[in-house]
Design a binder for this molecule. Structure first.
Ligand code: PAF
Length: 249
């Protein structure tokens, strides 16, 4: 069977974990690298997105990719774009801060699936909202989520981390610290308070949202029973960082 690992390049160990997982399932692992303009706010953001094609091919191959596919714009969007709409949770949290972002994601993922026709596709839990929205696409492709790979201090691996200043990099683990400290709290009110207090002590972090939600529909959780997750996003040094962690034991 063929397994697809969709990426936008600038690969790191987090992507390699996705590729390794795909390879554990199949001898036919396609890694796509396509910086999708539809999911960015502006043409400047698209242009500024880091690109390292040669290194990407090396890292993908080392992790077990059997094909690294770098389509150009015309291959993905040959004539006119048929824009798709993300499920309802696409309007919340990341979707609220980045209007149209998830519509762009489902549009490109649907094109990638159409062209590659994989039986399964692998995505990171780091972008948990994206993962749930892709699951809701009902594409007929099996969607596999892979746990977030973290730095030694808990910071989730991301292509954006290299843009952090030295001091920004030190404080960036505040997101992880907040979630880890709240994970085993006895009540949701206490968990939320721990998160809010931890992130407010870091003056370098400008919080966008810090919430505990139900994994299924992203409604605010009312307790910490099964399938509740902390989701946090904000900026350090103007770099947007997002992360999440399942709450409870
Ligand atoms: O997570 C990403 O890198 C992108 O959103 C994806 C899934 C490759 C779609 O462009």
């Amino acid at each position: 069977m063929s397994v697809l690992v969709p990426t936008m390049g600038a690969l790191h160990k987090g992507h390699q974990a996705l590729i390794k997982r795909a390879r554990s399932m199949s001898q036919d692992v396609v890694v796509s690298i396509f910086v999708n303009p539809l999911q960015f706010e502006s043409a400047d953001d698209v242009a500024a997105y880091p690109r390292s094609p040669e290194r990407d091919i090396q890292l993908a191959t080392l992790a077990g990719a059997t094909e690294v596919w770098m389509p150009d714009y015309e291959e993905i969007y040959p004539s006119q774009i048929n824009p798709l709409k993300a499920s309802a949770i696409g309007e919340l949290y990341e979707g609220k801060s980045r209007p149209g972002h998830f519509d762009g994601v489902v549009t490109v993922v649907s094109r990638l699936f159409e062209i590659v026709k994989p039986e399964a596709a692998v995505f990171g839990e780091k972008d948990f909202q994206q993962l749930q929205i892709i699951r809701a696409m009902d594409s007929g492709v099996e969607i596999i989520g892979v746990p977030t790979v973290r730095e030694f201090d808990g910071l989730a691996l991301s292509s954006r981390n290299v843009r952090l200043s030295e001091t920004g990099r030190v404080s960036a683990n505040v997101i992880y610290r907040a979630m880890a400290a709240a994970r085993l709290a006895p009540t949701i009110a206490i968990a939320q308070e721990i998160i809010d207090t931890t992130i407010s002590t870091d003056t370098g972090f400008r919080c966008d949202y810090a919430a505990i939600i139900d994994e299924e529909n992203f409604s605010l959780a009312s307790d910490l029973t099964k399938h509740k997750r902390a989701i946090i996003a904000g900026w350090i040094d103007g770099v947007r960082l997002i992360d999440n962690m399942r709450m409870g034991a």
